[in-house]
Design a protein around this ligand. Structure first.
Ligand code: GLN
Length: 486
């Protein structure tokens, strides 16, 4: 039996038509068979996975109560700390780092009964849009091995799309869940900033980073959200609000829902075939009863440049801790401590990470702080106000997730071309609001992603509209043939 959805497998597990151990073994066999081509995993935790699966089967046979994800195999991006399991951020500087504690999300998933299959590849420290910046190797797109899976959570997206894992978690600072979800044809959700604990997530840009799920469908997305959201006193930015049961929003009805189409996200810079697909989806939603209207988010064009000041500024500070002293790589035979610091950082960090540390250090340095960093913060506020205003009128907004479908390896060698991958996703992180990418059809045989954007803690509306489209369209559930990997 193929791995499919959480909700499908949950019933099979509950009825004992399959055991957690059998399911885990199937997933591990699939990884063994195809991951030398997909390369989604940095570490496979085979022994641990089988052990946890056996424990779950034993509990079930004793009639003990089990969590809502009991027996479901999943994968975590390799920037989430897992106690006693290597956590590298796909960086040479952390190639040997074994955390002494686990990220809150991992604890929560274990508590829900989920089984960790392994840690997935990413752009080094989550900086990139293709996994080509991984310090180890790039991941391939299961739809076409010559194409990137997107990034930075490319390994998680590819693992779910190829059926290696039932679901996975990624992190999204400027698009790193939604863009790879779009490229690989799976559902990806970046929750509201503060809705999922960042405790144990290795920081890139702390005011933007947020953890979220990759799943095969919208129902699974709601199920994983139920497991990972909630207040956590170990994360000072965690929001103390009431978190709903997200499955409540899985209703096939969007009658009178007000949907805004921000004109700045269409036209120049967006591939015409991708735009045509998005417009097709919008028409479908209108047919289903939504009230659709064009709108404007006038500061959109300033979001990308502001992000490339704020994110590097925060990363230059966050990455100062990798000095070879406490953990990770340390070069041998340095003459003194200063040369040990600088040679460790020189050897341990890749070119994109170094670029951002330098950009950020520059933007924060005295004399430039006001001109760059403070100004970027002001722009961030304007971008947020655009959204606040739009949500006075609309329940949700729709845009493309990415300007194109997945591209070939090496085809975005120009740094700015790569940065532009995130034009449609970055403004959402600056505003701290949630957005969901839903697959919608193919262009040149590669998946397209539709982005639903909601107001803070408005994930419910996003799930509702995505679920309704999913139930009424044959374009939202996509599966690659995996021809090239069999
Ligand atoms: N591609 C963007 C960057 O490189 C976003 C990455 C992310 O969301 N982690 O910064």
């Amino acid at each position: 039996m193929e791995l499919s959805t959480i909700h499908g497998l949950r019933d099979l597990l509950a009825n004992r038509e399959i055991s957690a151990e059998e399911l885990t073994n199937q997933a591990l066999e699939k990884i063994e068979k195809i991951d030398d081509k997909i390369k989604a995993f940095v570490t496979v935790t085979k022994d641990e996975a089988i052990q946890v699966a056996r424990e779950i089967d034993q509990k079930r046979s004793k009639g003990e109560s089990l969590g809502p994800l009991a027996g479901i195999p999943m994968a975590l991006k390799d920037n989430m700390c897992t106690e006693d399991i290597k956590t590298t951020c796909s960086s040479k500087i952390l190639y040997n780092f074994i955390p002494p504690y686990s990220a809150k999300v991992y604890e929560k998933l274990l508590g829900a009964g989920s089984i960790l299959l392994g840690k997935t590849n990413m752009d080094e420290f989550a900086m990139g849009s293709s996994t080509e910046n991984s310090g180890f190797f790039p991941t391939c797109n299961p739809w076409d091995l010559n194409c990137v899976p997107g990034g930075s959570s490319g390994g998680s997206a590819a693992a779910v799309a190829s059926g290696e894992a039932v679901f996975a978690l990624g992190s999204d600072t400027g698009g790193s869940i939604r863009q790879p979800a779009s490229f690989c044809g799976v559902v990806g959700l970046k929750p509201t900033y503060g809705a999922v604990s960042r405790y144990g997530l290795i920081a890139y840009a702390s005011s933007l980073d947020q953890i979220g799920p990759f799943t095969r469908d919208v129902t699974d997305c709601a199920l994983v959200m139920n497991a990972i959201t909630g207040h956590d006193s170990f994360d000072s930015t965690s929001a103390l609000v009431d978190y709903p049961d997200y499955t409540r929003f899985l209703v096939n009805d969007i009658k009178d829902m007000r949907i805004g189409i921000p004109r700045e996200y269409f036209g120049e810079g967006i591939e015409p075939e991708v735009e045509a697909k998005i417009r097709e989806a919008i028409n479908k939603l209108e047919e289903l009863g939504a009230v659709v209207e064009e709108c404007s988010l006038p500061h959109t064009q300033y979001a990308l440049p502001a992000y490339y000041i704020i994110a590097p500024a925060e990363c230059s500070s966050n990455l100062a801790r990798y000095d070879g002293v406490r953990y990770g790589l340390r070069v041998e035979d340095a003459d003194d401590i200063v040369s040990m610091f600088s040679r460790t950082r020189d050897q341990g960090f890749g070119i994109e990470v170094k670029r951002r540390i330098m950009l950020g250090t520059y933007a924060l340095s005295s004399g430039y702080y006001d001109a760059y960093y403070l100004k970027a913060l002001k722009v961030r506020n304007l971008v947020k106000q655009d959204f606040d205003k739009a949500f006075e009128k609309f329940d949700c907004l729709i845009t493309p997730t990415a300007p194109s479908v997945a591209f070939e390896f090496g085809s975005k060698a120009d740094t700015i071309a790569m940065y532009k991958q995130d034009v449609c996703t970055i403004p959402i992180n600056l505003a701290g609001i949630p957005a969901l990418s839903l697959p919608y059809g193919l262009v040149n045989n590669m998946p397209v992603g539709l982005q639903f954007v909601g107001k803070a803690f408005g994930e419910g509306n996003l799930l509702r509209v995505a679920y309704t489209l999913e139930q009424n369209s044959d374009q939202t559930r996509l599966e690659p043939s995996l021809e090239g990997v069999k």
